[in-house]
Design a protein around this ligand. Structure first.
Ligand SMILES: Cc1cc2nc3c(=O)[nH]c(=O)nc-3n(C[C@H](O)[C@H](O)[C@H](O)COP(=O)(O)OP(=O)(O)OC[C@H]3O[C@@H](n4cnc5c(N)ncnc54)[C@H](O)[C@@H]3O)c2cc1C
Length: 252
């Protein structure tokens, strides 16, 4: 049950409330998850007055504040279609209008297509109070302990990175069995990410030309990056990787 609803007007005030030992206090984004997953005697700190609902393309980076809604991202024509498609798969339009990016990153499932594509984009996350950027991919591995008493300020990624998304699902909007994404930066470096288990991870970081050669010559993805995945997943990964390469190659 939510015993206390708080709406601070500054980040410092919000952080102080989140650090209280009692009652257990959570940041409130859009509330779509928190409203249905409650613990006894919990307080919530509404983030709506903290100015975190910005989306900017600045110095070659997209900066998405944690209170930006999923629908704001889906509606943004500057953003790669792979990101917008991923967002459309996260939730229905009604949910997307309420759900915040921060809330989605904290509680999105292992097959969150948005998380997979942001990992391929080599996105960085900024947590407060530290305000230091860190790799989104590494942060995901220690979620959710890493957000206790903290706030996600934003996530940012290079706006010139070419991105593509592929997945396997029974129907286009069913939960996927496997998701893969690729990103190619301005130096021709390719990052491929994949989720077939609990969270997305990077499976390849290599020059685009090299990985193209491997896939066309039949060598396939290196088994090193695929450790822990089943033979079925490895086989499908090679099929999806070829599709991703065609998609990103046509854009660079
Ligand atoms: C019907 C339904 C279907 C769904 N389907 C999918 C799906 O297919 N795939 C998928 O990935 N997800 C799915 N979800 C989960 C969905 O992504 C989340 O409900 C939503 O994105 C959470 O966003 P929110 O802003 O409403 O979060 P909230 O409910 O406000 O918060 C969620 C969590 O994030 C924390 N939080 C919020 N903002 C911040 C911040 N800035 N800093 C630190 N912590 C923060 C909260 O404290 C809480 O623990 C579904 C949810 C519902 C209700």
């Amino acid at each position: 049950m939510i015993s206390e609803y708080l709406r601070p007007t500054s980040i410092n005030e919000a952080l102080e409330l989140l650090r209280r030992p009692k009652p257990i206090t959570f940041p409130l984004g859009g509330g779509t998850f928190l409203s249905t997953h409650q613990q006894n005697d919990q307080a919530v700190v509404d983030l709506q007055l903290l100015g975190l609902n910005y989306f900017e393309n600045k110095d070659g980076q997209f900066h998405a504040g944690s209170m930006v809604t999923l629908q704001q991202i889906a509606d943004n024509n500057d953003v790669s279609e792979a990101v917008r498609e991923a967002v459309r798969h996260e939730a229905s339009i009604n949910l997307r209008r309420m759900a915040s990016l921060g809330g989605n990153l904290v509680c999105g499932g292992g097959f969150s297509q948005l998380a997979v594509v942001l990992v391929a984009a080599q996105a960085k996350i900024v947590l407060l109070p530290e305000g230091m950027e860190e790799s989104f991919s590494s942060w995901l591995e220690r979620r959710p302990a890493s957000v206790s008493g903290k706030l996600i300020q934003e996530i940012h990624w290079n706006s010139s990175t070419q991105l593509a998304l592929e997945f396997v699902a029974k129907t286009p909007f069913a939960e996927p069995e496997m998701v893969m994404a690729a990103g190619v930066d301005q130096n021709g470096m390719l990052t491929m990410s994949m989720s077939a288990t609990e969270f997305p991870r990077i499976i390849v970081t290599e020059k685009l030309a090299m990985i193209k050669q491997k896939l066309t010559s039949g060598t396939g993805l290196s088994s090193e990056g695929m450790t822990g995945f089943s033979d079925y997943h490895r086989e499908i990964a090679n099929v999806l990787a070829k599709r991703l390469l065609i998609a990103v190659d046509s854009k660079v």
